[in-house]
Design a protein around this ligand. Structure first.
Ligand code: AMP
Length: 398
């Protein structure tokens, strides 16, 4: 697989991009536009081997952010015109029932991405803007949409179906889709490689623990269950998202506090999770507060790890035989305490961590379980942009 791909990832108020050399598996340049739509925007642009270039500038919308990013390539390089670009890859959060693999973008696909905003109102509209602006900037290149939900298209009906009135599913797309698919695909493959086993014969519980967090049961390279559902709110405790709550919560808060559905939705997505419990969504700060004797931070970490453990147990049961548990994401890759606390006491299930290996701070994919642990515990750093670039080149080669 060869070629260079510009990967664009539009979030609700940010835009990340990366120029990826697929054959080398590395980034030649990358950047981040932050605080889009707020008075003080910032664009950080970096090329391999050079100091990042930081520009404080207003970025009124995603169009302005992508335009500023392209200008940064012109200013500090590498020049995109000479970069050997073969495609632009776009992250799209929700592919609904329609997209189960990356697709070449045409007007019809772009319209579908916009229509799927009903299921992902914060994400799909800005994903569509990114595609639109980039298509105008690079009219001669193929543009490929890579969907967060696609890897979970293999979910069996038993795992994807909510027990709700059937017309909700039929008419309004109410079912479980799952997210973080690009990361779960990359990490489950990396886990099999680290174990030296064929992907088709490897069963892994992947724990993507970052500001967003999800667990996936991957059987032979296929997603068979995942913690996020119709939206990315379900499942694990996250930075600002509650994860699982009683579905009756909304009606209860309406009755007792007069809260409307939009307020509850906003709070569960933006003011829940670690932010609600500990007062910060940054796990490093949670640890600092615990060291300072903050009881709320202690409870927050307990809740976080308890929820991870619950999903580990559930997904080991779903898989039947588990070869590996693979941690990834900012927390999964870096936080030895979370890894240890989430798996403590699971020795009877064949999960034996090696405390010393787990405590070592290291980059790269590595094993942190004890020799002879029936279930290997791995840390596999995720690289969603590389995975998107690979999938894009693979699609073009077909
Ligand atoms: P992500 O969304 O994958 O970028 O992950 C962000 C989360 O990773 C935040 O909660 C950070 O606090 C956490 N994180 C990043 N580095 C570390 C670290 N060295 N130790 C613990 N947590 C970390």
């Amino acid at each position: 697989m060869t070629g260079r791909v510009l990967v664009v990832n539009c979030g609700s108020s940010s835009l990340k991009y990366r120029l990826v050399d697929v054959a080398a598996g590395e980034a030649l340049a990358w950047g981040l536009a932050e605080r889009i739509g707020q008075p003080e925007g910032r664009l950080t642009h970096a090329r391999a081997g050079a100091e990042p270039d930081v520009a404080e500038q207003p970025l009124p919308d995603h169009e302005a952010a992508l335009t500023a990013a392209l200008a940064a390539f012109d200013r500090t390089g590498p020049a995109l015109a000479d970069a050997g670009l073969v495609a632009v890859a776009h992250r799209v959060v929700h592919g609904g029932d329609r997209f189960s693999a990356p697709v070449l973008v045409d007007d019809d696909v772009l319209r579908a991405v916009r229509e799927l905003a009903a299921l992902a109102p914060l994400h799909n509209p800005v994903n569509a803007v990114g595609i639109d602006v980039a298509r105008r900037a690079f009219p001669d290149l193929p543009h490929v949409a890579v969907f967060d939900t696609a890897f979970h298209a293999t979910l069996p009906a038993a795992a994807s179906t909510y027990a709700v009135p059937r017309e909700w599913a039929r008419e309004h797309g109410v079912r479980r889709y799952g997210f973080h698919g690009t990361s779960h695909a990359f990490v489950s493959r990396g886990a099999a490689e680290l174990l030296g086993r064929p992907l088709e014969e490897t069963n892994t519980v992947v724990l993507h623990l970052g500001n967003g967090a999800s667990a996936t049961a991957v059987a032979g390279g296929r997603s068979v269950d995942t913690s996020m559902g119709m939206t990315p709110l379900e499942g694990l405790v996250m930075g600002t998202r509650s994860g699982d709550v009683d579905p009756a919560l909304g009606a209860h808060l309406h009755r007792v506090a007069g809260l409307g559905p939009v307020e509850v939705d906003r709070a569960l997505n933006g003011a829940g999770g670690m932010l609600a419990l500990a007062g910060t969504n940054d796990l490093r700060e949670v640890h600092r507060r615990i060291a300072d004797g903050d009881d709320a931070a202690v409870l927050a970490l307990d809740v976080f790890c308890h929820r991870v453990r619950r999903y580990v147990g559930a997904f080991m049961a779903v898989l039947g035989r588990t070869d590996a548990i693979a941690f990834t994401g900012g927390i999964g890759e870096n936080d030895a305490v979370v890894r240890a606390r989430s798996l403590a006491g699971l020795e009877p299930l064949g999960v034996r961590l090696d405390d010393e290996r787990n405590a070592v701070r290291a980059g790269g994919a590595r094993r942190v379980s004890a020799d002879g642990s029936p279930v290997a515990v791995l840390v596999v750093p995720t690289d969603e942009e590389l995975e998107m670039a690979r999938q894009t080149v693979a699609l073009l080669a077909r």
